[in-house]
Design a protein around this ligand. Sequence first.
Ligand SMILES: [Zn+2]
Length: 193
Amino acid sequence: MAKQLPTQFDPVALCRRTEGGAAAFEGEIEIDHFQRLAAALSESAGPVSVQLRFKRLESGRPAAQGSLKANLPLTCQRCLQTCWTDIEVSFNCCFASSEAVAERMPEDLDVLMMDEKGKVSLSDLFEDELLLACPIFPKHEEGGCAGEIATRLGELTVSEEESPEESEAPTRKAFAGLGQLLDQNKQKPDDSH
Ligand SMILES: [Zn+2]
C-alpha cells in the first residue's frame, strides 16, 4: 500500500533537512482531505498520488516542486453519467510567511502562504491546483456517452447476429465432408462382401 502523507508540512524545517539530502515525499492523500474537491465528485474516488520535493531558492527561501495525479469521477455534461477523468498537476512553488515577503518572490513561482506557525496544510497546498486542473465541462470521449454506448451495443448485437451465419457456413461444409467420408468408410466393408 502506498504511504499516506502527513496532512501538514513545515517547509522551513524540511528545507533545512535538504542540506543533508533532499527532503522528498512520495505517497497518497485520501480524497476526503480535499473537501471542496470531494464535493464536486459524482461518487467516491481513490486517493490522490503525490510527489513532492523540497528545496531552497538561491535567496534561501523555502520552495517545493512536484506533481499530483488523480483519477476523478466527474459528471459528464452531455449524458450526466460519471466520467472518470485523469487529472495531473505539476507545481513549482515557494513559501512565504507574509504578504510583504510574497511580493518579493520570483514571478515565475507560485507563492503559497504559511500559517502563523510556519506550516502549510496539504489541502491549502494542493486543492486549488486540483480544482483548476479539472475540466470546466467534463465529458466522455466522442461516442463514449451512456446513450451512444447503448446505440453502439445495439449495432454490435445486429452484426453479431449476422456474423455467425457467415462463419457457420464453412463449418457445416467441413462436417458435411466428414459425413461423406464416414459414409464411404461404412460402405467399404459392405463392398468386400
Ligand atoms: Zn457522457
